[in-house]
Design a protein around this ligand. Structure first.
Ligand code: SF4
Length: 476
């Protein structure tokens, strides 16, 4: 990688410029892709590739993992435990496509298995300065490590498999500065919901967000991954955090991280990856960490988010443009204008997804559940098999099961439900996932997005609850 480029001086610009193979007009460029992730949904791209008689150009620059369709129950039986022939076929197809192309593959039984956006950083595949792609919108997650990472469609997956490059329109830049200190019971999920609540579900459309400020620097790697994961829910093309010691400490020693002298050389280069002090962004947004409360979504997009102590909006007081959207969301969610969010009964709790299933998330949920009992059905799906093992070594699985919360295997699970983990029509969930769209967790299902600590609080009270009360010692 070359020295920092001239120009507006942003981290994004540096990585973009270093990956341009060919410029096509003012804003379009053919970019080299350093790393591409594949999951079961890649079968269309492989089929098209084979139909055209093409091969995979750089198999070592791809990694495949089964996550969207794997069951979270009965995993000890492996692939044989899947009775649905279609689901089984998709998991088998990923394995055979990866074998055909010579791509490293973590199948259902592999110790490295997990959600694609969890295992990339966890295995040390994701490095600062990379351009990373995947046929999944939440690829933005990897930007937390200082990469430019974005999702793409099936035809683009085919292009990356065949050529290891991709035409892209250059996005604009938006810097989000988060300064100060987060309060007790407030975490990364609350930060990103507060941001999307402030700028709206389309508020960052066409932009790459770079997160900066003292509270971002103080945030753990897990927290940064949560924030970048949901950048896409504000419409952003990607989210990024400049790499620092938090990044390097997280990455060091991981299986695919550089070793020995290569590590020292890599860190020396990665330390140069930051926006210049005088960098110019197309837009700037600021948030004060101390002002952020535990958040919850009330509507059907992640921008319809409010502090837990707020009340559901009244469409009568909204402008005519917003009114219809609020009315539709309230009707779908079964809520009335002005209703309090704190105390709203919930049917189920889901703790998992590539947003909030890392070890820190599980610790936060367990801290609330320890010594308490869940009043409603709840389950945890760790983000990877390795996280499951780590949590079990810490005894977190016992905290969950003693609280009456199911402890399952890793996968996308009830984030999207393609493996069958779904809510019933009309059921209301407190969910640590990233999308509360109509039908996302099942036809007619109602999703409230929350942090892991807030999800645990909902489990023990059976309602949306301000977790700060429980952390202060209140009885459920
Ligand atoms: S957990 Fe959800 S958002 Fe993440 S990769 Fe899986 S389906 Fe996509």
């Amino acid at each position: 990688m070359s020295p920092p480029s001239a120009g507006t001086g942003t981290l994004f610009e540096r990585i973009w410029n270093d990956h341009v193979i060919e410029q096509g007009g003012a804003d379009d460029a053919l970019l080299h892709v350093d790393l591409n992730f594949l999951h079961e949904g890649s079968f269309l791209a492989f089929a098209a590739l084979r139909k055209e008689g093409r091969s995979v150009r750089s198999p070592q620059r791809h990694f495949a993992v089964a996550d969207h369709y794997v069951p979270t129950l009965g995993r000890e039986r492996g692939i044989a435990g899947i009775t649905d022939p279609e689901v089984r076929g998709l998991i088998d197809l990923l394995e055979s496509n990866a074998a055909w192309a010579g791509i490293d593959h973590a199948g259902i039984d592999d110790a490295r298995q997990g959600i694609v956006h969890v295992i990339g950083p966890e295995l040390g595949l994701t490095h600062p300065g990379m351009v990373i792609t995947c046929g999944d919108s939440h690829t933005s997650t990897h930007g937390a490590m200082g990469a430019f990472a974005f999702g793409m469609g099936a035809s683009q997956v085919k292009q990356v498999l065949a050529t290891q490059c991709l035409w892209q329109r250059r996005p604009k830049t938006l810097r989000v500065t988060l300064d100060g200190t987060l309060g007790a019971g407030v975490g990364a999920k609350d930060v990103i919901l507060a941001l999307i609540g402030k700028i709206g579900a389309a508020g960052a459309t066409g932009h790459v967000i770079e997160y900066a400020g003292s509270a971002m620097r103080a945030m753990s790697m897990e927290g940064r991954l949560t924030v970048c994961n949901m950048s896409i829910e504000a419409g952003a093309r990607a989210g990024m955090v400049a790499p620092d010691d938090v990044t390097f400490d997280y990455l060091h020693g991981r299986p695919f991280a550089p070793k020995a002298q290569h590590w020292d050389d890599a860190v020396a280069m990665w330390r140069t990856l930051s926006s210049r002090a005088d960098a110019r962004f197309d837009r700037e947004v600021s948030l004060a960490a101390a002002d952020i409360a535990p958040m919850v979504t009330w509507g059907t997009n992640p921008g319809q988010a409010l502090p837990i102590d707020a009340r559901v909006p009244d469409p009568a007081t909204a402008n005519p443009e917003a009114r219809r959207g609020i009315e539709a969301a309230l009707a779908y969610m079964g809520l009335t204008p002005g209703q309090a969010l704190d105390g709203l009964p919930v049917d189920r709790v889901f703790i998992g997804s590539c947003t909030n299933s890392r070890i820190e998330d599980l610790r936060a949920a367990a801290a609330v559940l320890r010594g308490r009992k869940a009043r409603i059905p709840a389950f945890v799906s760790p983000g990877s098999t390795a996280i499951k093992r780590e949590a079990e070594s810490e005894g977190l699985d016992r905290v969950f099961t003693e609280a009456g919360v199911e402890w399952r295997a890793s996968g996308c699970s009830m984030c999207v439900g393609t493996n069958g983990d779904l809510l019933r029509a009309g059921e209301r969930s407190a969910s640590t996932s990233n999308r509360n769209f109509e039908g996302r967790q099942g036809r007619g299902a109602r999703t409230h997005l929350v942090s892991p600590a807030m999800a645990a609080a909902a489990a023990v009270t059976g309602t949306l609850t301000d977790v700060r009360r429980l952390l202060a010692g209140a009885r459920a």
